[in-house]
Design a protein around this ligand. Structure first.
Ligand SMILES: Cc1ncc(COP(=O)(O)O)c(C=O)c1O
Length: 382
């Protein structure tokens, strides 16, 4: 474990607690609660005493059924006998299940930088080597670079779209290129779709699991945390090739036994509302996003913000030689605003900061991003 990076969110969380009044643009959460239907479904959970016992390792049947319907309607993923769904305790667990299922210690897993830090950590914990491949200046994948990084011990390529920490939405042609590469080389394409509903300005989310012929080598990961304001309930799910189902069940049985049953019932309630629930909030988040962009555009000599079209993040490039964590600490202590240093996402050649705007509202965005812009002005420009 000494070789695994310490997650930075709790470190920044401590800084926030030690500096009361800090506005957090740190953690990747939305500002809205789950739908009422999730709460209502808890009554159903409580009505059956059997629900207090262990349930099936891969999820309760009504939730699995709801997920199948959603995958067909929203993701173009009509499941066949070649694929299985497993409910997990969140998308992070789905990823860990996937890595443990497809690797032996010492294998390589390709991650694109900037990566989601828990992906890099999970790969390291599995005793595998994260092989990092840089995205381009717009944070888009470069398939030719990914192909060049595949080696005999490569077991998987990981993509995240819409992306954390950059907000980039990968176009269909890039995802197809990665999917085809994985099929041709007999390795897995692990695709994280936690932000599937969060796209702006007409950009469309694409699920590689829907590509013809991709089923045997595609592992698709989903989460209710963001879409349904469900982070604390810990529910996600994964679509795996049928040949991996036994391995994933072994892992999950050992680590979790079964996903929390009360949360699964709440998830059935939430998913009965469907994507329209998230879309109801999305227009407001889009307004916040524009305000973030406008405010940071006021300091073009101090930072650049690659304009990306998904999730609720921007990875801001700050023109300074400062260590990003030092800048983060000063922003909290001196300006009462928290962001996440890009170094934790594997950006080590420059100073970047991840700005998360999902927790902001129209009422709080001006103050939050205003503090950030003023802080950068004072610390970097001054
Ligand atoms: C890309 C990505 N995957 C997974 C997760 C974690 O999701 P969950 O809460 O479902 O574990 C996050 C959370 O920030 C994320 O950004």
């Amino acid at each position: 474990m000494r070789l695994v990076q310490t997650p930075v969110i709790p470190v920044v969380g401590r800084l926030i607690r030690d500096n009361p009044g800090t506005i957090s643009l740190g953690q990747g959460v939305v500002h809205y609660p789950p739908p009422q239907q999730a709460m209502d479904a808890i009554a159903l959970f409580a009505s059956d005493p059997e629900n207090h016992k262990y349930r099936l390792v891969d999820g309760i049947p009504p939730l699995l059924e709801r997920i199948r319907e959603k995958l067909a309607a929203d993701n173009g993923l009509e499941l066949t006998a070649e694929q299985r769904v497993v409910v997990t305790a969140g998308g992070n667990m789905a990823f860990t299940n996937a890595v443990l299922a497809v690797t032996d210690p010492g294998d390589d897993v390709i991650l694109l930088t900037p990566y989601y830090f828990n992906h890099e950590m999970a790969v390291a914990m599995a005793g595998c080597k994260p092989v990092v491949v840089a995205t381009d200046d717009a944070y888009q994948p470069v398939p030719i670079r990914i192909a060049a990084a595949v080696r005999p011990r490569t077991r998987a390529v990981v993509t995240v779209s819409p992306n954390n920490p950059t907000g980039a939405v990968y176009p269909e042609r890039s995802l197809r290129a990665v999917s085809d590469l994985c099929r041709e080389r007999g390795i897995y394409h692990i695709h994280d779709e936690a932000y599937e509903y969060f796209t702006y300005e007409g950009h469309r989310h694409v699920s590689p699991g829907s590509f013809a012929g991709s089923a045997p080598t595609t592992i698709s990961l989903f989460s209710l945390s963001k879409s349904y304001g469900f982070a604390g309930w810990r529910i996600g799910y994964m679509v795996v090739p049928a040949h991996l189902y036994g391995a994933v069940c072994k892992i999950q049985d050992t680590i979790l036994i079964c996903p929390p049953v009360v949360s699964q019932h709440a998830a059935v309630g939430a998913m009965s509302v469907g994507r329209s629930y998230c879309e109801r909030w999305l227009a407001g988040i889009a307004v916040v996003r524009n305000l973030v962009l406008d405010t940071l555009a006021e300091i073009p000599d101090l930072c650049t913000v690659p304009r990306t079209d998904g999730a609720f993040y921007f990875l801001v490039d700050v023109r300074t030689g400062m260590e990003p964590m030092t800048l983060v600490e000063r922003l909290v202590r001196e300006h009462r605003v928290a962001v996440i240093p890009g170094s934790t996402f594997g950006v080590t050649d420059r100073c970047t900061l991840r700005v998360s705007y999902g927790a902001l509202t129209r009422e709080t965005v001006a103050e939050g991003v205003g503090r950030l812009a003023n802080g950068i002005r004072a610390i970097v420009g001054g």
